[in-house]
Design a protein around this ligand. Sequence first.
Ligand code: GLA
Length: 385
Amino acid sequence: MDTSQYKTQFTALYGRAPSFIARAPGRVNLIGEHTDYNNGFVLPIAIDREVTLVGAPRADRIARVYSINFDQIAEFSLDHIDHDTAHDWNNYIRGVADVLQKAGYTLGGFDAVMQGDVPIASGLSSSAATEMATVMAFTAAAAGSPSPLQIDGVSAAQVSQKAENQFVGVNCGIMDQFISSLGRRNHALMIDCRSLDYKLVPVPTGATVLVVDTTAPRTLAGSAYNQRRAECEEGARLLGVASLRDITAAEFDHHAGELPPVIAKRCAHVVHESQRVLDAVAALQSNDIAAFGALMNQSHDSLRDLYEVSSKELDAVVDIARGEPGVFGARMTGAGFGGCAIALVADEHATALALKVQDEYPRRTGRTPKVYACVASDGASWQEI
Ligand code: GLA
């Protein structure tokens, strides 16, 4: 990203030069959906769209940020962090500051200009990117001070998740913040959401991850997400395990008939989806993209029929993509109920697929999609400028 214009804006706004740039990416999940809060496996990539904070430390304890996307400026004191009812976007920054301080980290104030090209509220984790970029900004602002902020990538993700859960009030799992923190260029990250161990897995060469934003509003996303979480917890309780991670797919299938039908469907998705992540990693490691794509397709069908979090728009994208040349697999990504779908397509067919979706999707849904080709990118970082 060319940041020169944000530096110019910083100087115009604050009357001095910025000294750091902090950044963190959005994500798409290749496979492993609704498994993170069940302590299972996920396989996301960080994408080449990110939130950037260009800033400089202040001598006092004020954090002041101008958001280019919202054309608003908001500030708060690190000594008194309450919710900002006028600037929703500022609560991600406040939440991170609050959680960091409650965890015992010493923070200093800063001025910043924030900008992002992760589409907002589209299911590509602009909120996790904002949280992780904020951790980086506080780290940058405290560098060289008597009490520098030292935090490892896993802890930074945990802080960001806690900010989202406890301050913003969204009960998400750890996946989005974890990949925004620890993603790596040209790699997907297999995360064990129970132990928080992780493994980098090279993404296949010769294939493009095409992201299609359905542009449909994400209705029900919050309430239905919490309902699915509760159904999984109920399933685990009835099965006598601490979480759905603690039962294998084969064991589950043996006991599924003992559960109420809806709970059985939800749990069936989760236990098989977590296994699919392991199978998908094995497929990538043996360079079997066709097998990987087939698992993506199974994942979508399970999310549509068993977990029931797809939408007619997501199904339309998947249906269009699957019929096209060079497509290995297609599925919804993220929480569902709108948002984005992804297709894994041979590089030489990617442009044709994008054109096909742009042509066919509006006919089927009456909406105009946004189509992006994504590259697996590095996780959060900061540097002096
Ligand atoms: C959202 C949440 C994640 C994860 C996915 C579903 O993106 O933020 O923690 O639960 O939904 O896989």
